[in-house]
Design a protein around this ligand. Structure first.
Ligand SMILES: NC(=O)c1ccc[n+]([C@@H]2O[C@H](COP(=O)([O-])OP(=O)(O)OC[C@H]3O[C@@H](n4cnc5c(N)ncnc54)[C@H](O)[C@@H]3O)[C@@H](O)[C@H]2O)c1
Length: 271
């Protein structure tokens, strides 16, 4: 029996050293923290995002610290670019064993002012992007009977928020998709989980703060918008989110799949 569980553990993710990971949204606040958390644990990280200059800077800074980070610009809304980048990573770095879907966009607007374009662009990145990258990578993982996927969604997937209908719906769909992927790939030794951050101190959160009251409103809640605050009394750091992602990718989470881990200081009240 011992041999069986060890084999399973080896197939479904293992510790980071010597592994190859692909991280989308790699130059964003949370994405960059994930890149560093994995690279510092010995993983060769393929960093994927839109802006080549930002990516080159990330690669340079990481390399100066002795970390293996390879910059690969790609737009997750393009099937051709996603396929090229995934094939390129496998050719240059080796088989991808860990995937983190971090790329995301937020276009806040009251639901009655939401445009078709807002809706489609939000879903193109937050939902179809997750589908596209996950299937391109998971197809390869399934063939090798080994791998772990984490999608960074949001606690807005389960708590309605004023001005965030498209975002919230796109994240709920990404959560459901990732869990379904996990179900279908469980027999192939591939685990698929979700991390749902709450308010995390990154450019995305700061873009919501239109005046000086912004941080206090996010922290304490806004009764007129039916919005609660953060029980733990602080914003998440990108590193808080990265720790949860790294855990779910690791062998310590070898028996966890289709799980949705909220890292939000209690903001969703345990949902
Ligand atoms: N910051 C928060 O409070 C918060 C809360 C909940 C969930 N999230 C989620 O966490 C993830 C990371 O967010 P963040 O706060 O670091 O935001 P961020 O804006 O700092 O980073 C998002 C990154 O995604 C990249 N991206 C956007 N569109 C892309 C595309 N088409 N192809 C490739 N890359 C693309 C951006 O260039 C950017 O680097 C997002 O999915 C976001 O929805 C963030």
């Amino acid at each position: 029996m011992k041999g069986t569980s060890d084999t399973r553990r080896q197939r479904s993710g293992a510790e980071h050293t010597g592994k190859v990971a692909l991280v989308t949204g790699a130059t964003g606040g949370i994405g960059e923290a994930v890149v560093y958390a994995l690279a510092e644990a010995g993983t060769a990280v393929a960093a994927v995002d839109l802006d080549p200059a930002d990516l080159a800077e990330l690669e340079r800074t990481a390399k100066d610290k002795g970390l293996s980070v390879t910059a690969l610009p790609a737009d997750v809304t393009s099937a051709a670019q996603v396929e090229d980048v995934v094939a390129g990573v496998e050719e240059r770095l080796g088989p991808i064993e860990q995937l983190v879907n971090t790329a995301g966009v937020l276009r806040p607007a009251p639901v009655l002012s939401l445009t078709e374009e807002d809706w489609h662009q939000t879903f193109a990145v937050n939902t179809a992007g997750v589908f596209r990258v996950s299937t391109a990578v998971a197809r390869r993982m399934a063939g090798r009977e080994r791998g772990a996927v984490v999608t960074v969604a949001s606690n807005a997937a389960v708590v309605p928020r004023v001005g965030m209908a498209a975002y919230s719906a796109s994240k709920a769909a990404a959560v459901a998709f990732t869990k379904n992927l996990g179900l279908e790939l469980a027999g192939h030794g591939v685990r698929c989980n979700v991390v749902c951050p709450g308010s995390t101190d990154t450019p995305m959160l700061r873009s919501l703060w239109t005046d000086e009251s912004g941080p206090a409103r996010s922290l304490n809640g806004v009764l007129s918008e039916f919005r609660g605050g953060i029980p733990l009394g602080r914003f998440a750091t990108p590193r808080d989110i990265a720790h949860a992602v790294a855990f779910l990718l690791s062998d310590r989470a070898a028996h966890i799949t289709m799980h949705d881990l909220h890292v939000d200081g209690g903001a969703a009240l345990g949902r």
